[in-house]
Ligand binder design. Structure first.
Ligand code: PMP
Length: 410
């Protein structure tokens, strides 16, 4: 496990005068906090002794039932015994890796992919291999090729990790046709799929796509989370897994933490059973949709020629790529001077790629702040372009340690 040299920069980036397009923090201030406060109070007054007691490592059974209702919105049919509650979906990633990965095993991921998944796989010494994407999701031929090559070399591929909806960091959603091909390829190679879907219900346009889980035959572990649709502070996620795998995940969870926070589970149980949470998700979607529009509008209006970016239908992130010869990581100090922050693309690859790209998140700043942030970002890019045009790309500052992971970010 290694910390990153850009951690220090992020301390600077969190200063109030800096517009942060870096972190993926949900805007929880938009929740009706008084009502949540009442709900917490009711948990203590009506269920205090149970809420303050140990619980199980699989998670509260009533909460698991409510999570199954929640998942029907994604088209996932499951029963409460099919899932394990986890401390956010991050813990599910940790438990799955702990259970499956021996040092040197191959783990396939999209390129780019979620930074903290990379860090988790790396912590268990997985050999992380990336599969490219286009605007329809992962490239099936590359996935097939990677699996064929691994088999030829006698190497074990433990799983393919994918974020099919509004991918972190690329903002891309896998099309239905791609999902069917990915399923066919993974089934043919007998490879497990980890489907990580924390953003699926945060859709601002277009139609929902079928989950991989619902098309699988027991070869998919599906991860869900309430971090983006309720609160990351409550740390409620889950993994839906075949029974043999689930039993191992429960054992791993017991050894990691003995029991979940019973208190948090009862708060969420009450929220899901008494609160109009579907309306709350709609409210989040209209707020985040407006912020996405602000970001896409500002990028279209202001970005210099040669820049490209993705157009997410939901979620929190846009992936932008800079003109030839500009290095997003080297540019970060200049951007912070301009009082804007982003995450350089290198953190989202295990192999040092991504220098030309950056993740821009639109979930936390207001639309006005987003427009101002993009204006400042364009100032930084123009400064780098001047430097490039005067001295050539070679004069871009060296970026030592570009292989070091970016700090764990949501
Ligand atoms: N997976 C992805 C793709 C994410 O973006 C995140 C949070 N940023 C997580 C998992 C972990 O979320 P949590 O543990 O809060 O559920």
């Amino acid at each position: 496990m290694v910390a990153s040299e850009v951690r220090a920069l992020f301390a600077v980036a969190s200063r109030p005068e800096v517009v942060s397009l870096a972190g993926g923090m949900p805007n929880v201030a938009a929740l009706p906090l008084d009502q949540i406060g009442d709900l917490v109070k009711d948990v203590v007054s009506e269920e205090g002794p149970a809420a303050l007691q140990y619980g199980s490592a699989q998670g509260d059974p009533v909460l698991r039932e409510l999570i199954c209702d929640y998942m029907t919105l994604e088209g996932v049919q499951a029963g409460p015994d099919d899932l394990i509650v986890t401390v956010g979906s991050q813990q599910a990633l940790d438990l799955i890796t702990r259970v499956f990965v021996d040092p040197g095993d191959i783990v396939l991921t999209e390129a780019p992919t979620y930074v903290t998944a990379i860090n988790t796989f790396a912590a268990f010494q997985a050999d992380i291999r990336h599969v490219g994407m286009d605007d329809q999701g992962v490239l099936p031929d590359e996935l097939d090729h990677a699996l064929t090559q691994a088999a030829k070399a006698g190497r074990t591929v433990k799983f393919f990790y994918t974020i099919p909806n509004f991918q972190n960091p690329a903002g891309i959603t896998m099309t239905a046709e791609r999902r069917a091909r990915v399923m066919e390829i993974c089934q043919r190679h007998d490879v497990l799929i980890i489907e990580d879907n924390p953003y699926g219900l945060l859709r601002y346009e277009g139609e929902p796509q079928p989950t991989l889980y619902s098309q699988g035959d027991g070869n998919v572990i599906y991860l869900g989370s309430l971090s983006k649709t309720l609160s990351p502070g409550l740390r409620i996620g889950w993994a839906l897994a075949p029974s043999a795998v689930r039993a191992k995940l429960v054992l791993a969870a017991e050894s990691a933490m003995l029991s979940h926070s019973t208190f948090n589970q009862l708060v969420v149980r009450r929220y899901l059973s008494t609160f109009p949470w579907k309306e709350q998700i709609k409210a989040f979607n209209s707020m985040y949709g407006e912020r996405r529009d602000a970001m896409l509008g500002a990028l279209t209006a202001m970005m210099p020629d040669g820049c490209t970016w993705t157009r997410p239908e939901g979620g929190f992130f846009v992936w932008a790529t800079l003109p030839e010869g500009i290095d997003a990581k080297a540019m970060l100090p200049r951007a912070v001077n301009e009082r804007v922050a982003y995450v350089p693309g290198t953190g989202f690859y295990a192999d040092g790629r991504g220098r030309a790209s950056m993740r821009l998140s639109f979930c936390y700043p207001t639309p006005e702040q987003i427009r101002e942030g993009v204006r400042r970002l364009v100032g930084a890019i123009e400064g780098e372009l001047d430097l490039r045009d005067t001295f050539g790309p070679a004069m871009n500052r060296p970026t030592e340690g570009s292989q070091a992971p970016t700090p764990d970010l949501p």
